[in-house]
Design a protein around this ligand. Structure first.
Ligand SMILES: NC(=O)c1ccc[n+]([C@@H]2O[C@H](COP(=O)([O-])OP(=O)(O)OC[C@H]3O[C@@H](n4cnc5c(N)ncnc54)[C@H](O)[C@@H]3O)[C@@H](O)[C@H]2O)c1
Length: 456
């Protein structure tokens, strides 16, 4: 289904708002709507035309939100990939291989950043220098030094920075926020949150830069940024201290053999991770056919020695409001999803999300509310269509259709949220490598607060 097709702007907003319900909470970020002139389209440019850029923020953005958005330019440092992307997205403006040149020539109001994680900060800062507001994919960046550079740059240039935390917008997660905010279980005391990554998803990580710590910050940052952001948002407090363990047991040098890349490997018969990129026309056209320009190999060996990201992770996080989080990220499992429990002074909410055995397609997501004094209640949350459990279209409605749309659950995330979502993972990485407990306050100039300020 097209994300906005057949719906007027007004009805569309009503529809998406109805999914959430709940009480009102003002959220001052995204005040940029005030900068828009009447019904003029938003002038956006895109940097980073990998699979995320060309899909979510490229072709699908223009297909579904073309009445609201003009894409005045696209940029990727790989000339072959940006050419493919230009044919695929069909933006309103030209393709560039140099970000400075694109920003100078096209003067967008918003720069959408979907580059490699370790390049986000340089693209964001360049965008701010050119007077753009920024919409950046997660993770905001990969270490505390780059995070500090972003905090400083934002102070200097003063524009908006949004981090596109689509996970917050999925209706089942929003329902949890609504229940907790509404006091359904009193004051929170502890959270148990355990996430599993399936084999096919993990394989895609390890085949690419995500497997190398200096590029994705390890999965503690690349993946867990989503999870820590959710907990920060649900708990409505900042992480304060982190203690963690991690291990790498399946991938990298642990493997029994290795090859140059999947498609021409000698071990395709015995390797459980064998994947032939040439069978997928889109990925072949975007990546394999353009390797000659920059050497970016999309189907690297998951057993290459360079891999140093972990494949199992466990952390305890103390929040500034004294909530304790028990968190784990377990990779290469036969399950994709999570199990979660919130304990509070008046009860407990528990549930699991993902493709569990027995769960039929189209069935509602269920949370179990267990009041200390009362009957258990099963809360059904109906799923909606769209990427990332329906989160992608709802988030895009807010950002591209009507940024002034009420945000009762504070789902829009700004720079502070982006930084606070990566610091627990950075701290966990440091803790698991040093055996020390790490204080969030020691990482950047941001100081944890018992109640999070509304993001900016
Ligand atoms: N929110 C989500 O659920 C979600 C899902 C997928 C990806 N992502 C994020 O989106 C981003 C992109 O992911 P992807 O899978 O498309 O990555 P990718 O590696 O496939 O593509 C990144 C592209 O950025 C280009 N690039 C890197 N640095 C650049 C620079 N300085 N200037 C110009 N071009 C540059 C590369 O050439 C490449 O084409 C990542 O940060 C990833 O974490 C988020």
């Amino acid at each position: 289904m097209s994300e906005t097709s057949g719906l007027s702007r007004r009805n569309f907003i009503k529809t998406s708002g109805a999914v959430l319900g709940g009480t009102m909470l003002a959220h001052p970020i995204l005040s940029f709507a005030a900068n828009r002139r009447g019904n003029e389209k938003m002038k956006v440019a895109l940097v980073g035309t990998g699979v995320r850029g060309v899909g979510m923020y490229g072709q699908r953005l223009l297909q579904d939100y073309g009445n609201y958005v003009d894409m005045v330019g696209i940029c990727d440092q790989n000339p072959g990939r940006v050419k493919y992307a230009h044919d695929y997205i069909k933006p309103n403006g030209p393709a560039f291989t140099d970000l400075d040149e694109m920003l100078t020539k096209t003067r967008p109001e918003w720069l959408i950043v979907t580059t490699w994680d370790w390049e986000h900060h340089s693209c964001i800062i360049k965008g701010l220098q050119h007077g753009c507001n920024i919409m950046c994919e997660k993770p905001l960046t990969i270490d505390e030094h780059k995070a500090q550079m972003l905090l400083d740059a934002r102070k200097k240039y003063g524009k908006e920075i949004i981090v596109t935390f689509n996970y917050r917008w999925a209706p089942p997660r929003a329902k949890l926020k609504e229940l907790i905010m509404g006091g359904a279980i009193g004051d929170l005391t502890t959270v148990d949150f355990h996430w599993n990554i399936s084999r096919s998803h993990q394989m895609r990580y390890m085949q690419r830069w995500h497997g190398e710590k200096d590029r994705g910050g390890s999965l503690w940052v690349h993946k867990s940024t989503h999870h820590f952001d959710l907990v920060n948002w649900w708990v409505d407090s900042d992480p304060e201290e982190v203690y963690a363990f991690a291990g790498l047991e399946q991938f990298g040098s642990n493997g029994p053999f290795r090859g140059k890349n999947c498609r021409n490997c000698d071990h395709t018969r015995e390797c459980p991770y064998y994947w032939d990129i040439t069978q997928n026309d889109h990925l072949n056209g975007l990546y394999a056919k353009n390797e000659n320009f920059d050497g970016y190999i999309r189907d690297n060996c998951v057993f290459r020695h360079q891999i140093d990201s972990y494949d199992k992770h466990a952390a305890v996080v103390k929040y500034a409001n004294n909530v304790l989080l028990n968190y784990s990220l377990t990779c290469d499992t036969n399950h994709s999803g999570f199990w979660i429990a919130f304990n509070g002074t008046k009860g407990r909410i528990e549930g699991r999300e993902g493709g569990w055995p027995g769960l039929k397609q189209g069935e509602p997501q269920q949370w179990i509310l267990q009041p200390i004094d009362g009957e258990n209640e099963v809360i059904d949350v109906h799923r909606i269509e769209g990427g990332h459990w329906g989160g992608d279209p709802l988030m895009k409605n807010k950002f591209f259709v009507d940024p002034d749309q009420d945000d009762p659950l504070a789902q829009a995330a700004g720079l502070r949220d982006g930084v606070m979502s990566i610091l627990p993972g950075i701290a966990a990485r440091k803790s698991s490598e040093t055996g020390q407990k790490i204080r969030i306050a020691d990482l950047t100039s941001l100081q944890p607060m018992a109640k999070r300020p509304v993001s900016g």
